[in-house]
Design a protein around this ligand. Structure first.
Ligand code: 5GP
Length: 185
């Protein structure tokens, strides 16, 4: 592999390079800025996977946004969703009457985001939209459509740009398919 570094040794194929990510995030930021003109949405970062995407995205949005963080878990240490979503860290503010944009790394089965959308609706948010970096439509288990997404990817386990396997590879600048032998061993 032409790329430097030991993290890349575990990557089977790079799917999206950092330059492409950066262009897509910029365009998404401009789109959100237009769509929310005159508003001040709460941008909810879903930790930890969305963190890298989130800090890049909010800096491309020319609006007075609120930064909020939430942590949920559904995966544990494996590569398959457990189907149960648990809130491990909640927001610090009330979303009642506010516009909420949930910022997520990837929509896979759709279970996490469908759970979160319902929670914010129950809490009385004026609107709830989803911005995701990646969409993996092949594995959907519940009907869910992201309002904003950057890339559609095939059915493969990916890491990088915030996405991990067992807490590693989050700092890989590109998004790549992890070699199956890494999680199969
Ligand atoms: P869902 O509830 O849509 O099945 O899963 C959402 C969560 O699963 C994501 O936030 C992410 O943490 C994890 N996930 C799903 N697919 C992948 C993947 O290909 N790579 C990594 N690293 N995490 C994934």
């Amino acid at each position: 592999m032409e790329n430097r570094g030991r993290l890349y040794q575990d990557i089977q194929e790079i799917l999206v390079r950092k330059e492409e990510i950066s262009n897509a995030v910029k365009m998404l930021g401009e789109m959100i800025t237009r769509d929310y003109e005159g508003k001040s949405p709460i941008m909810v970062c879903i930790l930890k996977g969305a963190s890298v995407f989130y800090v890049d995205l909010i800096r491309e949005i020319d609006l007075p946004v609120n930064m909020e963080f939430m942590m949920v878990s559904s995966y544990g240490h494996g590569t398959q969703s457990t189907g149960n979503v648990m809130i491990r860290k909640d927001l610090d503010i009330d979303v009642h009457g506010r516009d909420v944009i949930i910022v997520e790394d990837i929509v896979d089965t759709g279970i996490t985001l469908s759970f979160l959308s319902k929670i914010f609706a129950q809490r009385g948010a004026a609107s709830v939209k989803i911005a995701t970096l990646l969409d993996k439509p092949a594995r959907r288990k519940v009907e869910l459509k992201a309002d904003y997404f950057c890339f559609t990817i095939p059915d493969a386990f990916v890491v990088g740009y915030g996405l991990d396997y067992d807490e590693k590879y989050r700092n890989l600048p590109d998004i790549g398919i992890l070699k199956p032998e890494i999680y199969e061993k």
